[in-house]
Design a protein around this ligand. Sequence first.
Ligand code: BJW
Ligand code: ZN
Length: 237
Amino acid sequence: MQVTVLSGAGMSAESGVPTFRDVETGLWAKVDPYEISSSDGWRRHPDKVWAWYLWRHYMMKAVAPNDGHRAVAAWEDGAQVRVVTQNVDDLHERAGSTEVYHLHGSLFHFRCDRCNVAYDGPLPEMPQPVESVDPPVCSCGGLIRPNVVWFGEQLPTEAWDRSVEAVTQADVAIVVGTSSIVYPAAGLPELALAQGIPVIEVNPERTPLTDRVTLSLRETAATTLPGLLQRLPALLG
Ligand code: BJW
Ligand code: ZN
């Protein structure tokens, strides 16, 4: 059986990682997303964007995979499982998943914004968020930026191609913890549905995808994913 999991920020919420769009605790509750997660924002004030990403990078040290990540990893015992994630954290990998495609990059990789060379130099500790930190300067004069995908930027081609393949070859697609509003990732479940592949959504809230899916489970990732694969025959009839 081929299972493709499409995960978003809600997948890591029960690990203590804030989602983006939660109005009270979300990562964007206090900042303008188009300033902090866009290449225009980076050009205007790289120090603020760099400080924000350093803090999020540091925050990941204190969190661990939750039961949802662990369940998805355990499914590899009996199924071919591919994880397509919009998350820039590494919690799927830390739980043991072996096929993970990061559509929006990684919080753990950095590169020059001019010559693209990878940066593995020192990073300051940041136990508390601060407003501004100057990013390191590359030998070419460019600035070191997080290797993530901001609004208006192209997704990494290889991860995208593998994700399309994973979705269109699946026997079932499970969409977990995403608001399903950021494209092109939000279009992937539609590819599965167009081929008659069952799509299950796991999300405590409704999303624009909810009315389109085969089955909507209005529950959280860590409570629902353990045991879900075993329940599938009964759930899908
Ligand atoms: C739980 C839970 C629990 C809570 N259990 N669930 C077509 C139409 C319209 C617009 C566009 C389009 N195509 C492209 C665009 C533009 C744009 C876009 O989509 N804009 C929309 C906002 C309208 N897309 C782009 O720009 C993309 N690039 C692109 O298309 O390139 C081609 C191009 C280039 C040039 C010109 C034109 C086209 C790039 C998108 C990059 C997104 N980047 C970010 C930041 C990444 C780095 C970082 O992490 O900082 O990615 S933005 C942010 O949103 C982040 C996330 O991966 C992404 C999605 O968020 P996600 O994961 O869904 O989180 P939330 O917070 O929104 O939702 C959490 C959900 O969890 C909620 O539903 C909760 O209910 C739920 N939940 N607890 C289960 N315990
Ligand atoms: Zn450079």
